[in-house]
Ligand binder design. Structure first.
Ligand code: PGA
Length: 249
């Protein structure tokens, strides 16, 4: 059995005070602490406050991005060394909004993945097709390409902490959710790519999350699907009540 992972992607929302208040309100609402891995991913400037707030709770804190270099003249960027020094344990890589608005490519995803693994961070690598690709029947090809390139040159030993999130772009922030069956068939393609890259034993243990309009009212059926090992949640993770309804699925 793969332990489920539920990650809140807060995108460009919340100040440090908002994060503290969120954690204070959210912690008492968790029904089964320790059952699943729960990760909060606030903006960089909120990481410290969130880490302080979750201390001793078993909750994890992740970043939403990182640069692939350890340090250097890269104005505005943040490296794995800085994240690890803060106590961050997870990092989202290649989110579709970064691919769409910030020129993230399969190649930069690969470099960032390598960097995160190097530092012992658990990377959550996002893949997923846009609507036109789905309608053209290209979903599997897109997922295969994104995975092959992301995993390129990385050994199974090094990739131990890898997590993949299947996030169909047409489902992000739109209120349209993939059915558990649509997600499961995409997850199988991703798992096949993981077999290719890292071997069957690794692929069997790899956690593949679903993301895209996960809400309190659809989370149960998604989590009941054996191929879905958790969720990456945007909008519905911003409010402690709605996020607790999700983690208590
Ligand atoms: P959403 O976002 O839950 O608001 O659709 C998911 C994501 O972008 O990770």
């Amino acid at each position: 059995m793969r332990k489920k992972l539920l990650a809140a992607n807060w995108k460009m929302y919340k100040t440090p005070d908002d994060c503290r208040a969120f954690v204070r309100d959210f912690l008492p609402l968790i029904a089964n602490p320790g059952r699943d891995e729960i990760v909060l991913c606030p903006p960089y400037v909120d990481l410290h406050a969130t880490l302080e707030a979750v201390k001793g709770s078993g909750l994890c804190v992740g970043a939403q991005n990182l640069h692939w270099e350890k340090e250097g003249a890269f104005t505005g960027e943040v490296s794995r060394v800085m994240l690890v020094a803060l106590g961050v344990t997870h990092v989202i890589i290649g989110h579709s909004e970064r691919r769409q608005y910030f020129a993230e490519t399969d190649d930069t995803v690969n470099r960032k993945l390598e960097s995160a693994l190097e530092a012992g961070l658990a990377p959550i690598v996002c893949v997923g097709e846009v609507l036109e690709e789905r309608e053209a029947g290209l979903t599997d090809d897109v997922l295969r390409r994104q995975c092959t390139r992301a995993f390129s040159g990385i050994s199974a030993k090094k990739a131990e902490k890898l997590v993949v999130a299947y996030e169909p772009v047409w489902a992000i922030g739109t209120g349209k959710t993939a059915t558990p069956q649509i997600a499961a068939s995409a997850h199988l393609v991703i798992r096949e790519e993981a077999v290719e890259a890292f071997g069957a034993e690794f692929a069997d243990k790899l956690r593949i999350l679903y993301g895209g309009s996960v809400k309190p009212d659809n989370v149960k059926s998604l989590m009941a699907e054996p191929e879905i090992d958790g969720g990456l949640v945007g909008g519905a993770s911003l409010d402690p009540k709605s996020w607790s309804a999700i983690v208590n699925y």
